[in-house]
Design a protein. Structure first.
Length: 260
């Protein structure tokens, strides 16, 4: 009897402690429900489809954040220009999609500490090289909708880009001669030209940093996200994740080439 009473007391205390830990700013969230990550899965090695699953570096980072919160992870895949609006609308707790931190986006969402330093590059046919921004000016430039590549074309080159729903569809248009050059983030660009000896990429046009975005006004969640990212960086685990998923995305791209 005494043992039962003590067990009961222990579970009451545990329940009270759990209740006290509940982040005050998110009272509606079910602590046991999986964390929802929103992304756009045409961006290897950060997020891409392996069969029906969305996998990649960003998914691994968000899984680690969910694990820190004691929860599972579900991934939702939308168009890139819907990622932040969906986050703001409360459809997910985490947005990770190779999202570059920009001043404009910082006004709408909160960003974690950055987890990669990167940038955009030109993707061009070796037969028609285009190795710097100035050489791209006046050409038909393909970019993914809503990206910093689109911003670059408008703001630095003063022209309208040709819009595509993924870096891969912009690259397909380049191969068909529908655009003269593509601008995309370096890692998906490198992935695109795997097994494409007639194409190459330029040096960086910009320096950018990716971070995880969350809805504004959640300091506890932001602190947890930052702690997890810093932990992955300090332990060397992030480098392993990057290497592992870059190799997997490249293998998938090469297999796709072979199947063509
Ligand atoms: N890093 C770029 C941006 O944030 C592209 C991201 C993407 O296409 N997934 O605009």
């Amino acid at each position: 009897m005494k043992k039962i009473a003590l067990t009961l007391l222990a579970s009451l205390l545990a329940a009270a402690a759990a209740f006290a830990d509940e982040p005050a700013e998110a009272p509606a969230a079910d602590a046991q429900a999986p964390v929802r990550m929103i992304t756009e899965a045409t961006f290897p090695p950060y997020e891409f489809r392996q069969g029906t699953d969305v996998v990649g570096i960003d998914v691994e980072i968000c899984k680690a954040i969910a694990a820190e919160l004691g929860r599972g992870l579900v991934v939702e895949d939308v168009e890139f220009d819907s990622v932040l609006p969906s986050l703001i609308a409360g459809k997910a707790e985490l947005a990770a999609a190779g999202i570059t931190v920009t001043e404009d986006r910082k006004m709408k969402v909160d960003f974690s500490v950055p987890y990669v330093r990167t940038g955009i590059v030109l993707v061009y046919a070796k037969a028609d090289p285009c190795e710097d921004g100035a050489s791209a000016a006046g050409k038909r430039i393909g970019v993914q909708n809503g990206t910093t590549s689109a911003d670059y074309v408008r703001e630095q080159l003063g022209q309208e880009p040709e819009m595509f729903d993924s870096p891969a569809s912009a690259f397909a248009a380049l191969k068909q001669g529908k655009v003269d050059v593509v601008i995309a983030d370096i890692d998906p660009a490198k992935n695109l030209i795997k097994g494409e000896p007639d194409y190459d990429i330029s040096d960086f046009l910009t320096v950018e940093e990716y971070a995880v975005a969350i809805k504004k006004g959640q300091p506890e969640l932001l602190a947890t996200v930052n702690k997890v990212i810093e932990g992955l960086q300090d332990s060397g685990r992030l480098d392993e994740i990057v290497d592992e998923w870059t190799a997997k995305a490249d293998a998938l791209q090469s297999a796709g080439e072979a199947a063509e």
